[in-house]
Design a protein around this ligand. Structure first.
Ligand code: S3P
Length: 183
């Protein structure tokens, strides 16, 4: 990792950094190491929803339904962006609420972690905690969600491919992409 590039990004970044992309694309893992590298706070939007509501996404989906979850997601995102939070990893469906997309794409530096279908399926593994994949063929649902969501993710300022390489290698790609974007 180039310390000069890291220092440059630290001096230049004046907005929250928001990671978007499908479940299983590595937003939380990469978001955490990115925040550490840039010495910024890290927040996972789903964790913030748990903090706000006292329930995990799966329980919220099951007990209150997806619209309730999406409202909690919008409220949590609005609060976080208002706090000027450092690095935020969003849930895969967050950008599909138009209000959230408007907030993310106008008030943050947004980064899409792109991964293909096969790798995403492998990374997700157990679908137990992924309520949007319940009640159907998970691969088919993922394909449909990718078709719907990829054009919206593509509005992000930066796109980085998260292939089957190490976390360090993808982190380096993110640092290089941020450096170029901010230069
Ligand atoms: C969702 C993704 C989840 C979580 C919720 C809904 C989605 O987050 O927000 O289960 O609609 O794709 P991750 O992308 O972190 O798994």
């Amino acid at each position: 990792m180039d310390p000069g590039k890291i220092a440059f990004i630290q001096g230049k970044i004046d907005r929250p950094l928001v990671l978007v992309g499908m479940m299983g694309c590595g937003k939380t893992t990469l978001g955490r190491v990115l925040a550490k590298t840039l010495e910024l706070d890290f927040t996972d939007l789903d964790d913030r929803i748990v903090q706000d509501t006292g329930q995990a996404p799966r329980a919220i989906f099951e007990q209150h339904g997806e619209p309730f979850f999406r409202r909690a997601e919008t409220a949590a995102l609005k609060a976080l962006l208002g706090e000027g939070a450092g690095v935020i990893a969003t849930g895969g469906g967050a950008v599909m609420t138009p209000e959230n997309a408007d907030m993310i794409f106008s008030r943050s530096c947004s980064l899409w972690l792109h991964a293909g279908l096969d790798l995403t399926i492998r990374r997700i593994g157990d679908i137990g905690s992924r309520p949007v994949l319940h009640g159907g063929d998970p691969a088919e649902t993922l394909r449909r969600l990718m078709d719907q969501r990829y054009p919206v993710y593509a509005r992000a300022d930066i796109t980085v491919e998260n292939e089957d390489v190490s976390v360090e290698a993808t982190l380096e790609r993110i640092i290089n992409a941020l450096y170029e974007y901010l230069s």
